[in-house]
Write a protein that binds this ligand. Sequence first.
Ligand code: 3PY
Ligand code: MG
Length: 260
Amino acid sequence: MRMNAVKQLWREGKPAVGAWLTIPHGFCAEVMAHTGVDWLCVDMQHGCIDYSDAVNMLTAISTTAVTPFVRVPWNEPAMIMKVLDAGAYGVIVPMVSNRAEAERAVAACRYPPAGMRSNGPNRALLYGGADYQKHADREMACVVMIETPEGIEKMDEIISTPGLDAAYIGPTDLALALGLAPVMDNDDPKHVATVNRMLETCKRHKVVAGIHTASSKFTQRYIDQGFQMVMLVADRAAMSNYVKAEVGRLTGWAPMPPRA
Ligand code: 3PY
Ligand code: MG
């Protein structure tokens, strides 16, 4: 079976840097897969992406060595199993708030007897290899997001869930949960303290700590702190920020106003 290169980096204690896909197209996914990142996440929660888009995007990513993750819309076993069957090598589950929810996410990623994943690795067999079912439990990454008030309070019981690979912070939902504005790269002392507490809890339970950013500055900061799953940039922001910056460099010409 094809190894999960990101889980291998984690086992070696190394960080894995990723990017985020919100634009529903295989070509966009392929372009992003040629940028040097270790992993890409197809975002079915907030991205404009449905299941058939996700399958095409996973196919495009698999033309490269980049490891494919999917963020599912919610903690629903049916969608978790479907994206794994389509060849995702990791699932990111949003808004996990307690041990029972974390156990439900882990169980959906593991075949019996470890979990409740149903057999039917459709495209996953082609991507992973004919012996997929034999090794899938070891290679699939189950990542839960901690970003709700209850999740913050119960981070210890979530992160210590048996079989969990990583706990991932959504900084803007985390900010809302703390009564702050939903800012991504966040320097508010309350936010910083919660992020640090989560990193320490992950280290104590030997679970990978992950976090989303909007800049290389914050990605570097979190890598240096010990986060092993860090998201550098999303496709929409990369496209928009680059073009806006180039537009802003021109003189003797007035840019088109954003609204008609
Ligand atoms: C958050 O900031 O809450 C996220 O989930 C990032 O996508
Ligand atoms: Mg979120």
